[in-house]
Design a protein around this ligand. Structure first.
Ligand SMILES: *Cc1c(COP(=O)(O)O)cnc(C)c1O
Length: 376
């Protein structure tokens, strides 16, 4: 493609597809509920500043990141609206929370107390643990949670929990999830009974939305679905939406060579040609985020609209494919690792499956050497 003339490896980020996904998601949300766009980890590898600025332009007012530095980067780029930090921030950096008008997650009550002792008001959302056992105050500690609401310097704008098995339709996982939701609502009811005016609430991420879309909350923390993919392939959800992948990952053929029968390829010689073979050397490797698990035929690429297996081990900066069955492959040809070429598509879900992981992992590991080209 023209846009990438001279590039060795790049991602194409289609902002029109991002717009499309937001629209489709919003159409299926409960009335009054808003998207909180999760743009942590460089917007899942899509580029947090361009993605967030685009989302802001099309009406998104709420964002979530994992770290205070991710949040500051967005503010310094001029992003307006709420930014919630989902992870832990050292109270030593409390002043920056205020300077940049950020919202901090209260990871448990004793952390909340520390924040409230900083001597200035801090905006927070309280996180409640209903079974994930990562961050959050235990749901059963309603008295301690209630006390946070009476502390002077905590401006509590939200309270939320996180579902740990919302992607599964297995009956015990569904039961577990429903119990998480039930416990959270019990806590809210309890707080209300104690005279607390409830702040805004949120429970679901992408899978919480796709499998439990009937919940009535103020926000959905939308990550992977916004980027138009699901975490795994063949993972059916209650709600199936017409989402469009936002990202394509491409590289180039830099050398085409012929191998005689018996000649080996790459470190360790794990590929040995069983016939006269045409090999394409492609300028992308594991330092760019290509899983090393793609080695030796596990992963595939598209060239000239056809699929070619990766042969030998994936190297740091390069990988090789067997293009014997694709006529006319030449230096400079575009190679698609994620995306469409001709009538064929390799999805991020396919890539994740090949690497034995989830798309979130594949996308967020895409490296800084990849140029990002924005379309739309
Ligand atoms: C990352 C994250 C999300 C987004 O999850 P997706 O499955 O990508 O939508 C939501 N909530 C929390 C607490 C997260 O850490």
């Amino acid at each position: 493609m023209n846009v990438a003339r001279g590039e060795r490896a790049w991602t194409e980020v289609n902002l029109d597809n991002l717009t499309h996904n937001l629209k489709v998601i919003e159409e299926h949300m409960q009335k009054g509920c808003k998207v909180m766009a999760v743009v942590k980890a460089n917007a899942y590898g899509h580029g947090s500043i361009p993605v967030s600025m685009h989302l802001a332009k099309i009406g998104v007012r709420n964002f979530a990141v994992a770290t205070i530095d991710e949040a500051i980067e967005l503010r310094e780029a001029g992003l307006q609206g709420d930014i919630l930090i989902l992870g832990f921030t050292s109270p030593e950096r409390g002043k920056e929370l205020v300077d940049y008008d950020l919202i901090q997650t209260v990871t448990d009550c004793s952390y909340g107390e520390k924040l409230s002792c900083l001597g200035f008001p801090v905006k927070v959302h309280i996180k409640v643990d209903t079974g994930m056992h990562r961050l959050g105050e235990l749901c059963g500690n309603s008295v301690k949670i209630k006390d946070l609401f009476h502390r002077d310097n905590l401006k509590i704008c939200g309270i939320f929990t996180h579902l740990s098995a919302a992607d599964s339709r297995k009956s015990d996982d569904v039961e577990f999830t429903k119990n998480q939701i039930y416990m959270f609502y019990c806590l809210l009811r309890q707080l209300k009974k104690e005279g607390i005016t409830l702040p805004e609430i949120h429970i679901q991420g992408s899978y919480g939305f796709l499998n439990y879309s009937e919940l009535k909350c103020d926000y959905i923390r939308m990550g992977i679905a916004l980027y138009g993919v699901l975490s795994e392939k063949e993972n059916p959800t209650e709600l199936t939406l017409d989402l469009k992948p936002v990202l394509e990952l491409k590289s180039k053929v830099v050398l085409v060579r012929e191998l005689d029968t018996g000649e080996k390829v790459s470190y360790g010689g794990f590929f040995s040609a069983e016939r006269k073979t045409v090999e394409a050397v492609i300028s992308v490797g594991y330092a760019d985020g290509i899983p090393r698990e793609f080695s030796c035929g596990k992963g595939h690429v598209l060239i000239n609209g056809k699929e070619a297996p990766i042969i030998g081990r994936v190297c740091m900066d390069q990988l090789m494919a067997d293009v014997t069955d694709i006529p006319g492959v030449k230096e400079g040809d575009t190679v698609t690792l994620i995306g469409c070429d001709g009538g064929k598509e390799l999805t991020a879900e396919d890539a994740a499956f090949s690497a034995g992981t989830i798309t979130n992992d594949i996308l967020t590991r895409l490296g800084s050497r990849l140029k990002r080209i924005y379309i739309g």
